[in-house]
Write a protein that binds this ligand. Structure first.
Ligand SMILES: CC(C)(COP(=O)(O)OP(=O)(O)OC[C@H]1O[C@@H](n2cnc3c(N)ncnc32)[C@H](O)[C@@H]1OP(=O)(O)O)[C@@H](O)C(=O)NCCC(=O)NCCS
Length: 169
């Protein structure tokens, strides 16, 4: 598979554009992957109206289907986590999801790299998230470290705080 700038040539699904999309375009995938206990009409994306926020996606050329997504926006970390973070602007990563049959083929990693590059282009800082525990190893591969105890979110399952620094680009 080739990743060239903001495009990814995928062996199964073909050409994918990696970049920003309107938040609404990610709601169906987010509902199916992350919030099946809710309806698509109930999806929203906290922070996405911030002028420095971005919603990233992998979009199939032709059909326009969103097959992976992630979002970042400026947001202070919870107080307990903030005590261990280095100085720098704090950003939150949320709503990371890839279509189930396409997982493990590099698409989520490409979308995550895109939103991290957005943070870097906006001055960098500290990027944190409430990670679902089954995805924690995915984030660790991308340079995040775990913080604190795990907790269980209703309807969703075990979570753990994670964070990494992002340099300015
Ligand atoms: C987590 C998720 C978004 C990863 O997306 P993806 O498209 O499968 O990720 P990629 O294929 O780009 O994986 C990138 C790397 O992480 C690894 N990886 C992916 N998911 C992993 C996991 N759950 N555990 C360990 N490693 C994982 C891949 O093997 C790959 O490794 P490599 O760079 O050495 O080849 C996807 O599994 C998903 O949607 N999970 C369900 C929803 C979820 O839990 N989202 C996170 C909410 S916090």
């Amino acid at each position: 598979m080739n990743v060239v700038n903001d495009h990814l040539s995928h062996p199964v699904i073909g050409d994918l554009a990696i970049g920003p999309v309107a938040p609404e375009r990610t709601y169906l995938l987010r509902q199916q992957v992350l919030r099946p206990h809710q309806r698509v009409e109930e999806m929203s994306l906290i922070g996405s109206d911030d002028p420095e926020a971005v919603v990233g996606a992998a979009v199939v050329a032709g059909s326009g289907e969103v097959v992976s997504t992630a979002a970042v926006s400026p947001e202070e970390a919870p107080a307990e986590l903030a005590t261990v973070l280095p100085p720098g602007r704090q950003w939150r990563l949320r709503s990371m999801a890839t279509r189930p049959d396409l997982r493990g083929t590099g698409i989520g990693g490409a979308v995550l790299a895109f939103v991290i590059s957005h943070v870097a282009a906006h001055g960098g800082g500290v990027l944190w998230c409430s990670a679902r525990v089954p995805a924690a190893a995915f984030y660790e591969r991308a340079g995040f470290v775990r913080f604190g105890e795990e907790w269980v979110a209703e309807h969703i399952g075990p979570h753990v705080m994670m964070w990494r620094t992002v340099g300015r680009s």
